[in-house]
Design a protein around this ligand. Structure first.
Ligand code: ASP
Length: 362
């Protein structure tokens, strides 16, 4: 009889888990959650949001369908939303109290939990790429303000003029906030942060988030989006999460890490299986038990309920090693989309708009 004679240490990176289970790849994106009112949504506005969400979803899906990495897919999707003036990230970011646009972003690779983040950046067109460069080309995880911009220049990023990020719609929101002494929630109605999470066909997970924060922010306020564990988290043993919402609450709950820790499974264990004749053998990995879509959804919903309990609102997207692509939000809507190799492909805005799109259980 074959027996497992020795467990070998796993390589530094987590082994891809359940790589051959369907769906082989999976992608979810968001463009912010909030108190969205269907009555305020004109057909033109809706079409414009859906078109940009679809573009982002298509860009990420193509990479994954061609066998590309989860990291490349989430960057491609996020860049499209950063470049769109419709979302509160990159171009179209909200204004600070002082009339500037200060950008935050973070990214994490579920293979080795390497992460990069930047906050308070004013001159980088695509902050998600700078966050990724912090991850890959520095010994740090989180750079802020002028230091992050100096780092960007040292790595060859172009200096983008601040006017590029400014849009009349967001400037008007700041003016209204000041004139009518409103809160950011009153003027924004929604959090327009963008994010993407993916599982690739090698079984690796990745997550990224990019934002301008909240209208009228001051005193160097930073929300959850660039904080690893709050707005972004990825771990091959558990899930990849990106959040949008009232950042202070997401930080206090540690939303992204909290969801992943609820569904984290043990590392798959690999060992050498001797051949019957005792000569040679092969390596076999015992993969961990698959998680049902319902359990993954329940984990995300429980953490979002905790955010609500404290008084916060917003939403999350996540994917799991099984390929479940999940949304959870406690607002009336979340700009969102998901696509998988099993044929799911949809964008939605208000609650309950998805078609039945359960990924296969294992
Ligand atoms: N979470 C972001 C922040 O608090 C806002 C958003 O989701 O749009 O900065």
């Amino acid at each position: 009889m074959k027996k497992l004679v020795s467990l070998i240490a796993l390589a530094l990176m987590s082994q891809p888990a359940l790589a051959e289970e369907a769906p082989k790849w999976s992608l979810a994106i968001h463009g912010g959650a909030g108190t969205l009112d269907p009555a305020q949504m004109t057909p033109d506005k809706r079409a414009a949001y859906e078109a940009d969400l679809q573009k982002a979803l298509d860009a990420g899906s193509k990479i994954l369908a061609d066998g590309g990495s989860a990291m490349d897919a989430i960057k491609a999707a996020i860049i499209i939303m950063e470049d769109s003036p419709l979302f509160n990230a990159g171009k179209g970011a909200v204004f600070t109290w002082d009339g500037t646009n200060e950008l935050d972003a973070s990214i994490m690779d579920g293979r080795d939990r390497s992460a990069g983040a930047v906050a308070g950046v004013k001159t980088v067109k695509n902050p998600i790429l700078l966050a990724d460069t912090v991850r890959t080309q520095s010994e740090h995880v989180f750079l802020v303000g002028k230091g992050a911009e100096d780092f960007a220049v040292s790595k060859g990023f172009a200096v983008t003029p601040p006017e590029y990020f400014a849009t009349p719609f967001r400037r008007e929101a700041l003016e209204r906030l000041k004139a009518e002494k409103l809160s950011a929630l009153d003027v924004d109605h929604k959090f327009g942060t963008v994010g993407a999470v993916a599982l690739d066909s090698q079984g690796n997970l990745a997550a990224g988030t990019s934002t301008g924060g909240m209208t009228g922010k001051r005193w160097g306020r930073v929300g959850d989006a660039p904080l690893i564990g709050a707005g972004t988290y990825a771990d091959n043993r558990a899930c990849a999460v990106s959040a949008t919402g009232w950042g202070e609450y997401f930080i206090r709950v540690g939303v992204a890490h909290e969801i992943c820790s609820k569904i984290r499974r043990p590392e798959p264990q690999c060992g050498v299986v001797e051949s019957d004749d005792g000569v040679g053998g092969h390596v076999e990995c015992r993969s961990f038990r698959a998680l049902s879509q319902e359990r993954a959804q329940a984990a995300a919903d429980a953490v979002m309920a905790d955010v609500k309990e404290l008084g916060g609102d917003g939403g999350v997207i996540l994917v799991t090693p099984e390929g479940h692509a999940i949304f959870s939000f406690n607002t009336t809507g979340m700009y969102r989309g998901r696509a998988t190799s099993a044929g799911v492909r949809e964008v939605a805005i208000f609650g309950g708009e998805e078609k039945a799109s359960k990924t296969p259980d294992h």
